[in-house]
Design a protein around this ligand. Structure first.
Ligand code: PMT
Length: 425
């Protein structure tokens, strides 16, 4: 989920770097926008390095310069304000910290003379402003009136704190702590925190088994499903360990990432972190076989080739065997025929609490698609989760995983049971 952090020109601008980090720890993807005055206090490069995105510094971002030197140019080179406003439109919130008296005044009267003020008028996302200024400016009737206007238009104000100010005076005007600003952002985003206290270990992507130094046996997993689950779990307050086979995706912010290549590496990474996990979700597509002895050198073409395979470690079964009593173990199953029957077999053989069943023969879903449709299968229930985006599905899967934690009586009381198709014994 993307949020925009707008930085205006006050001494507290350097504290925005800490805010960016705190937002990233909530798995939020942060894009920074700076006013010209802000760039006098802190460089765009600081924020570009923290976020991995070029900072938007003006209405007309030049292909070189703009203080982003050293950060890879975005594809397309020159970007116009319209491009940026469109892109910013996908952000779920605009957070301005610090917001100067000047910026509050511009927001209040609708002056749009730079990118940040233009974006404020253009965005339909929630706006949160954290003012910081000299105490007299903060208490000035003009500032109070501007704040009232903004509040009446639904802008969330995170008031400054009292303390010693950079101008040498003591009083209100010091930028609120990052934690308070983050809390306001999360409240505006209405993010659920129902996985707080859980440690969710997610595996994602497709493992690769070496045939020789240049070739491998792989599969079509893109990692999208596993990454979506990791991101959603992080956003719902869990600590997330993401054990990932190679993918072309950027890991979701705030997750602890353990990159692996082969099934054996994935097994070791999972087992070494298992003692921390309270929920394990195995979305990775894992090789069932690997070449028994990979060739030392690149195999040369010379007639038919026979390779001998051996079974790999069954990670899911081992996890289920070594689970602590409170741990939930969720597997996935990618099936091309009779999905439920095969998945039911896997559920009991592997000892998981639930199996998320994909029919990967269904067009437009499953491997590498942005959409998926699954059945969440437990020993007693088979819950159909119809086709939706993998991000939406990740939320629904986590809802079902959490429902496994609740006593059956509570599930029945909440009416959730009515949406479940009970499986015959
Ligand atoms: O990555 P995407 O492109 O978004 O695609 C998503 C997906 C289709 C890969 C994913 O949703 C999925 O179905 N993952 C499981 C694929 C798979 O390996 O299924 P399986 O039926 O072969 O394995 C069953 C379960 O055992 C899986 O949880 C798997 O992680 C686990 N397993 C399998 C083999 C093995 N040696 N060790 C394991 O732990």
């Amino acid at each position: 989920m993307k949020v925009i952090v707008g930085v205006s020109g006050g001494i507290a601008a350097y504290k925005a770097a800490e805010l960016v980090r705190a937002l990233q720890r909530q798995a939020l993807d942060v894009q920074v926008v700076m006013t010209a005055a802000a760039q006098r206090f802190i460089t765009p490069l600081t924020f570009a390095s923290l976020t991995g995105h070029r900072v938007i510094t003006g209405l007309w971002t030049e292909p070189e310069g703009g203080g982003n030197e050293g950060v890879a140019a975005e594809p397309g080179g020159f970007r116009s304000a319209i491009d940026h406003i469109e892109e910013a439109g996908s952000a779920k919130a605009l957070v301005v910290a610090p917001a100067t008296a000047n910026l509050l005044a511009k927001f209040a009267v609708g002056i749009a003379d730079d990118f940040l003020t233009t974006l404020y008028l253009a965005t339909t996302a929630p706006v949160i402003v954290a003012p910081a200024m000299n105490v007299n400016m903060w208490e000035h009737p003009a500032t109070r009136a501007n704040l009232e206007v903004l509040q009446s238009r639904g802008v969330k104000i995170v008031p400054p704190e009292k303390g010693y100010l950079a101008c040498g005076m003591t009083g209100s005007g010091r930028l609120a702590e990052p934690a308070a600003i983050v809390q306001a952002v999360l409240a505006q985003l209405q993010m659920r925190n129902d996985l707080a206290g859980e440690v969710v270990l997610v595996t994602a992507g497709g493992t690769r088994e070496a045939i020789d130094p240049v070739r491998y046996l792989g599969n079509r997993s893109s990692g999208k499903m596993g990454y979506a689950i990791a991101e959603a779990a992080r956003q719902r307050g869990a600590r997330v360990i993401l054990v990932t086979a190679p993918t072309s995706l950027r890991p979701p912010a705030g997750c602890e990432v353990a990159p692996v290549v082969s099934t054996a590496e994935m097994r070791d990474a999972v087992m070494s972190r298992l003692h921390e996990a309270t929920i394990v979700i195995k979305a990775a597509a894992v090789a069932d076989y690997r070449p028994r002895i990979p060739a030392d050198q690149k195999l040369k073409r010379s007639g038919p080739l026979t390779l001998e395979f051996e079974p790999t470690e069954d990670i899911l079964s081992e996890v289920a065997l070594r689970r602590r009593p409170e741990m939930l173990v969720i597997g996935f199953a990618a099936e091309t025929q009779d999905p439920l029957a095969h998945a039911r077999g896997k559920l009991s053989r592997k000892g998981a609490d639930a199996i998320v069943v994909n029919d990967v023969s269904r067009p437009g879903t499953g491997f590498d698609s942005d959409r998926n449709a699954v059945t969440f299968l437990t020993a007693n229930t088979a819950i159909e989760l119809p086709e939706m985006t993998k991000k939406e599905l990740a939320e629904r899967i986590l809802d079902e995983v959490l429902a496994l934690r609740r006593p059956a009586s509570l599930v029945a009381e909440s009416g959730l049971v009515s949406s479940r198709a009970e499986e015959p014994e």
